[in-house]
Design a protein around this ligand. Structure first.
Ligand code: NDP
Length: 293
């Protein structure tokens, strides 16, 4: 069994970013990312802090905008309008989920598609569906695809079964994997909570992706011998033996599944590492587009 770790592949992406960064600097451009956080959710705060930290490590311009939980839709839209107009900002990310009184879709639609480095604007999702590589694909799915490519896992003609159909992960990854680009050309099946007899479907997968949000949901009964398993899930569970009394686990029951796999991603240390790397890569690409490079 091969362990597909995120860190070395993310490092590869960062190295590419730095090369691109130097070229941009020579052309007089400094890539800038703005992350908008609404409210005090500790997990969202931690994600935003790590995005900000990574930007600074790479020498990029980073803006963190924190708004109170009770912000109005109009206030949020005004923030987006300002960032759209800001020449120093090439990428905008609104940390999800937003408080329930806000309309996420309207806020995403307001972002300039050329700055939508999270890839969730309808223009970018449309480009993804049309195999138009000038758009931005959502970061977690493109991170999964990059892990397959860098691990030398052939996807052409392979049966990829994705459990989960969110726009953020499952549905977008399905579009990527059935596309005609590198690390794609797969035959894709998407399963969700209404799928009947899930184990018999997932056992047909050459490559099985779990993006469900239920700790250790995928067991050995879901996996065929020799499959590649990509675990997108990040779930915090209670664990009296861990520091702080909790720990992170994936959507795959790693200990029981790993022995059946040709390759598998761990949690933590797998796909999660790739999401921020792809965000940085998208921001640098947005800046390159602005610079005409
Ligand atoms: P969502 O809750 O938006 O989607 C979960 C999907 O799983 C839905 O399509 C749902 O089906 C499906 N599902 C739920 N229960 C079952 C079931 N019993 N059988 C089959 N399918 C089921 O979650 P996300 O896509 O946003 O995230 C999924 C996981 O990935 C989470 O653990 C999240 O924390 C993690 N994540 C990790 C990231 C990373 O950087 N590694 C980034 C983003 C997410 P239905 O549509 O029918 O409800």
């Amino acid at each position: 069994m091969k362990l597909i770790e995120g860190a070395p592949i993310a490092e590869l992406v960062y190295r590419e970013c730095l090369v691109s960064f130097e070229e941009l600097k020579a052309a007089g451009f400094l890539p800038g990312l703005a992350v908008v956080l609404v409210g005090d959710d500790p997990a969202s705060k931690a994600y935003v802090a790590s995005k900000d930290r990574k930007c600074r490590e790479l020498g990029m311009h980073s803006v963190k905008i924190e708004k109170p939980e009770n912000s109005t839709q109009e206030e949020l839209l005004a923030v987006i309008d300002e960032l759209n107009a800001d020449e120093a900002i090439h990428g905008i990310l609104v940390q999800m989920p937003l408080p329930r009184h806000l309309d996420e879709e309207e806020i995403i639609r307001r972002i300039d598609p050329g700055k939508d480095v999270d890839g969730l604007h309808p223009v970018n999702l449309g480009k993804l569906a049309m195999d138009d590589s000038s758009g931005f694909a959502p970061c977690t799915p493109s991170g999964c695809q990059r892990m397959l490519i860098e691990s030398g896992i052939d996807t052409v003609g392979k049966h990829v079964v994705i459990v989960g159909r969110s726009l953020l992960v499952g549905k977008s990854l399905a579009l990527l994997m059935m596309g005609k680009g590198k690390g794609a050309n797969a035959t894709v099946t998407v399963a969700h909570s209404r799928t009947k007899d899930l184990p018999s479907l997932t056992r047909q997968a050459d490559i099985l992706v779990a993006a469900i949000g239920i700790p250790r949901f995928i067991g050995p009964e879901h996996v065929k011998d020799g499959a590649v398993v990509i675990d997108v899930g990040i779930n915090r569970i209670d664990d009296a033996n861990s520091r702080g009394g909790t720990r992170l686990v994936g959507d795959v029951d790693f200990d029981r599944v790993a022995g059946k796999c040709e390759a598998i991603t761990p949690v933590p240390g797998g796909v999660g590492r790739m999401t921020i790397a792809m965000l940085m890569a998208n921001t640098i690409r947005a800046c390159r587009q602005k610079a005409g490079l």
